[in-house]
Design a protein around this ligand. Structure first.
Ligand code: AHG
Ligand code: MN
Ligand code: MN
Length: 335
């Protein structure tokens, strides 16, 4: 058995100049994940489910566990000193860690502390997503907006935790994707999925079809394509939609499949946030041999302009994502 801690240290030796900062940072994330896992596991008992009574900058009602997870991850990251600031779905602005130690931190972290939080009250899997960059501002000064608005291709690490039938932490530092399953009896994440690869073709499609009438023509065509019987290409595909991005992504990564959140009339740029939902998952999927697109371009090439910006998102098995891109080209919407 190999633990996450051991694995990270072992991998660090592959980078002769690494100073162990990233390992310390990952261990902060590991600790916060364990604490959140403990609370999520007993949701339903005590006063931890339900709304917190506030809305976030995006006008969404915050759940108590959204707030809790945000505080836990923030505190764990601030305590280590490798991070000079964070941005989060639950914070209007980025947060500068302005103390002696953190000012010298080389990294910034962007996160969705609790993804799929509407599922928490009904005992369905939720997650945490994180994205890590090297700062561009000088070490020793407070973090700046520029540190956070970097294109996804600059990420040095990214990952997620899925609090599901078991809890898993999956991450990449740009050398493959590795998954660890939490053993609660010893409180340790154990290596269970080394070097994860996603199939080039998949047979699962994941989309909120309730929004069908507002989808672009190309996406409607793709849904029709998924449902059309054809033995040679093993269609119809199966529809699976949990409503927690992390969980839908994790299943499709392992089994092969595609997840789509297209633009709709209500959300013309889609619903998902580029910096802390789409970029980290795009980095992961590419590292596993898959693809992530906004329908026309690679997610990781988008130059962000604001912290909470949204983007349409098409992610998963390469051949499936390319099929969607092709149909969007072939069936353009009237402008
Ligand atoms: P969050 O809970 O962080 O706000 O994210 C919710 C997201 C994502 O997890 C999920 O895939 C998507 O919202 C579901 O949206 P719909 O309910 O519109 O399908
Ligand atoms: Mn989310
Ligand atoms: Mn969230």
């Amino acid at each position: 058995m190999k633990t996450l801690g051991e694995f990270v240290v072992e991998k660090q030796r592959d980078f002769p100049h690494a100073k162990g900062e990233l390992s310390a940072l990952l261990s902060a994330i590991r600790l916060a994940a364990k604490i959140c896992n403990r609370e999520i596991n007993k949701a339903g008992l005590g006063d931890i489910v339900g709304d917190a009574g506030e809305t976030n900058v995006q006008g969404e009602a915050q759940k108590k566990l959204d707030v809790y997870a945000n505080e836990r991850f923030k505190a764990a990251l601030e305590a280590r000193g490798e991070v000079c600031g964070i941005a989060s779905e639950e914070e209007d602005h980025f947060v500068i860690f302005d103390n002696e130690l953190s000012r010298d931190g080389s990294y910034v972290v962007l996160m969705d502390p609790l993804d799929g939080s509407s599922n928490i009250d009904v005992n369905v899997s939720v997650g945490t997503i994180f994205s890590i960059y090297r700062r561009v501002s000088p070490v020793g000064t407070p973090a700046t907006m520029e540190d956070f608005l970097q294109p996804g291709c600059n990420q040095v690490a990214a990952g997620y935790v899925v609090y599901g039938s078991s809890t898993m932490l999956v991450y990449t530092t740009g050398n493959g994707v590795h998954g660890f399953t939490y053993d609660p009896s010893i409180g340790v994440f154990c290596l269970s999925h080394e070097n994860m690869r996603t199939p080039k073709d998949g047979y699962i499609y994941s989309i909120n079809e309730g929004n069908y009438h507002k989808f672009p023509q190309g996406v409607k065509q793709y849904i029709k394509y998924c449902q059309e019987p054809d033995e040679a290409t093993k269609r119809p595909y199966s529809a699976r939609y949990i409503g927690s991005l992390v969980s839908d992504f994790h299943r499709n990564l392992i089994k092969g499949g595609i997840y789509l959140y297209p633009p709709t009339a209500k959300t013309p740029n889609g619903k998902l946030r580029l910096l802390y939902e789409c970029n980290p998952l795009a980095f992961m999927v590419e590292q596993a041999g898959g693809k992530a697109s906004d329908g026309t371009q690679r997610i990781l090439d988008i130059k962000p302009t604001s912290l909470h910006q949204r983007t349409p998102f098409v992610v998963g098995s390469t051949n499936m994502v390319e099929k969607v891109e092709q149909l969007l080209r072939d069936f353009p919407d009237a402008k």
